[in-house]
Write a protein that binds this ligand. Sequence first.
Ligand code: BGC
Length: 414
Amino acid sequence: MGDVSPFNPRELGLKVTVGDMLQIAAAFGETMNAGLANEPSSLKMLPSFLRKPSGTECGEFLAVDFGGTNIRVQKVHLAGQGRWEIKDSQAVPLKNLVAGYDVTAATADAMELFDFVANQIGKLAEINTPYYLGHTFSFPCHQHGIHQAELISWTKEIKTAGVEGQDIGQLLTSALKRRGLNHITPCAIINDTVGTLLTGAYVDTKTDIGAICGTGHNTCYYDSVRDTIINMESGNFDLLPMNAYDFQLDATSDNPKTQRLEKMVAGYYLGELVRLVGKEFMSLPAIPYALTSEDVARIISGEISRHPEIAALEPRELVVLKEIGTCMVERSLKLVTASFLGVLGRIDPKLKRPHTIVIDGSLYEKMPGYASGLVASLKEVLGNQGDKLTIKLSKDGSGVGAAIAAAIVAGAQE
Ligand code: BGC
């Protein structure tokens, strides 16, 4: 290859400044207001019908986590006083081409998908034990009650036919009946962000923001005026400084013009963004989405790539690729920071109280520099005021949160 052209992140629209973060945060807050007032808004602001837990919820529950990559079924024991134990846990991928199935493809339908889910539940549940089941379903749903959730539209490139517009609670209940699992009572459907917040608040009452930074991205918060947790579906926020690569990625995605923030920050898209920018400077794998966020993590930490094209790059090209990866990760965490600032500006503009923000997801947990960068950028904007914030990883939020939601519905308290 010839010379690597100088990579200029600012010129390519990859830098997010403090000024940008403040501007995005203000726009985010206004968009929240519009969504809450039922005005046109890219933030759906979906009520969960759940308050914060008291921490005294207890008992044994089944939890199903349907996030888009795997289906995980867990038996969760809530012990009260913010303690729990995961007694059993099994996960299977929704798509396994070697085993010859893909229940997320357009050729699969709702019945096939939910029979698959019910089957996994059947493997874990004991036959003669009655269970309440909480279901984490990590997609935008209009909730009409804690156990009535109508899927608005798929995200994260899932395509299963006949699920959009349907009641997820009904689909799972029917599938469990078809399989003869009448001793299992599904009683709560929650978003994964809500599960994360519930799990955080079970231990720490100051928790009022829950987010996922993983394959997908989204944030929820506790609205004290409405006394409910609101799933913002913030991945769809769209008042953002998009660059040419963002437009390119969006145009070829399954759902163009939607999930703009998610497409700029989430793990599903990060590798592709790095590939799109990087191939301007060097030769990279030609297949769209050939690079995953794990590849980006390897590039940033200087590990040898599993892609022959990357392994064959010259050292100076690898330096540029690393810079692109780092820039993309930094942009992701700064945009997420801006959205948190938007929420804080709405729920406590003068930061009079301490707040705990709980986050789950592979990007936050595993991407080098992500978690520390998020804290640093919040501090960069807020200065000393930033000391009022605690930002924590909340692992297992999807499963434990579903159990907490089921316990709230079942009225199971210490
Ligand atoms: C979905 C959200 C979900 C997020 C994280 C997004 O694609 O729309 O409902 O919370 O992914 O899993």
